[in-house]
Design a protein around this ligand. Structure first.
Ligand code: MRU
Length: 347
């Protein structure tokens, strides 16, 4: 398979192949490295919904390529309406990460300016979104790592690495840069129940990089903080609202509460495409609920009584006052609040 030079971590989860999109199937990692082929925008939407590809920036990038596939398929007088409908179906594939809507808005602006469906111009825009995300990740990696005066022990949640982005990663990008710069002692990776992004994906990326790390049960985090084994919690985000609230993988809020209680610093790393200045606070963000079976079964094996009810919200809201530092490619914001967010985003 022809690989594109997006990632210097040798992990290429999103590969454009001229007439189709190849997506590394994150449901199968770490046991099997297989690509799913999407030849239509609806196949891309389905891949996002089913979490073949996941992570806020990555689903935005995949959706942008989905628009290219849609533009290649529309024809005739109704092309604009058909393309708009395809964009809407892509936007509906997952509700919480604002990067999806951000990327589709950007592609939609291009579509508006076209007299005919121009897949070539849309491809250039999708590739720009992809390449910009990778460059922003590297910048955030440098900015975040520069905050560590002496080598640190960190705890991270979910997967925020090359798999979740255009390459390199957000929170995991800071961890990569800190490791490169000799500023990292140790990483604790939360397993991240129930989808296990931590144990299946983050551990896989850390092992590939040779970064010193241990997997922990989600419930072990506060205990390790009490033992003074964690200097920083570093996480990504699916949406940061105008007041600095952070919506991220379920369990992030508990980590922030525990970190504040133990005097551990809490860093959020997210590109400006994750910031939603239209929403005043995290209370307005739609929180995705996924099937109960993600909790009650493990690879088809039942781990709860038959038909026992389960509730599976997959994101939560961390109030801004629990965040010590927000790192974006535009700069570092200490103690995010409304004026700080406005200054950062230029609004
Ligand atoms: O449900 P997921 O795996 O898509 O959730 C991903 C996260 O919550 C990440 O922390 C977030 O998208 C930031 S990834 C750079």
């Amino acid at each position: 398979m022809q690989k594109q030079p997006q990632s210097d971590s040798a992990i290429t989860p999103i590969v454009w192949q001229g007439d189709r999109l190849e997506l590394l199937d994150q449901r199968l990692l770490p046991h099997s490295e297989q690509y799913v082929t999407a030849r239509t925008s609806d196949e891309v939407a389905q891949a996002i919904h089913q979490m073949v590809v996941r992570g806020a920036p990555a689903i935005g990038i995949a959706a942008a390529y989905g628009v290219v596939l849609a533009a290649s398929a529309v024809d005739g007088d109704n092309w604009r309406a058909d393309l708009t409908a395809a964009l809407q179906r892509l936007a509906a594939s997952r509700p919480t990460a604002v990067n999806l809507r951000w990327a589709l808005d950007r592609m939609g602006v291009m579509v508006k300016g076209m007299q005919r469906p121009d897949a070539g111009r849309l491809l250039a825009e999708a590739q720009a979104i992809h390449a910009e995300d990778l460059a922003q990740n590297r910048r955030m990696g440098d900015l975040g790592a520069a905050l560590f005066g002496s080598p640190v022990q960190v705890l991270t949640h979910c997967n925020t690495g090359a798999l979740a982005t255009g390459g390199y990663g957000t929170a995991l990008g800071v961890i990569r840069s800190a490791h490169r710069d000799g500023r990292l002692l140790h990483v604790y990776a939360d397993e991240t129940r129930p989808w296990l992004q931590g144990s299946r994906l983050t551990a896989w990326e850390l092992a590939k990089e040779g970064i010193p790390a241990q997997l922990i049960a989600d419930g072990a985090a506060a205990y390790l903080m009490a033992q003074r084994k964690v200097d920083w919690v570093i996480v990504g985000a699916d949406r940061v609202t105008a007041n600095g609230d952070v919506v991220n993988k379920i369990g992030t809020y508990s980590l922030a509460v525990a970190a504040r209680h133990h005097g551990v610093r809490f860093m959020v790393v997210a590109p400006s495409s994750t910031v939603d200045m239209h929403l005043a606070s995290g209370a307005g963000v739609p929180i995705e609920e996924r099937p109960a079976s993600e909790l009650t079964q493990l690879r088809g094996l039942s781990i709860a009584p038959q038909d026992f009810p389960a509730l599976n919200p997959v994101f939560d809201v961390t109030p801004a006052h629990l965040v010590d530092v927000l790192v974006t490619e535009r700069g570092v914001l200490q103690q995010p609040d409304v004026p700080g967010m406005k200054a950062l985003m230029g609004g």
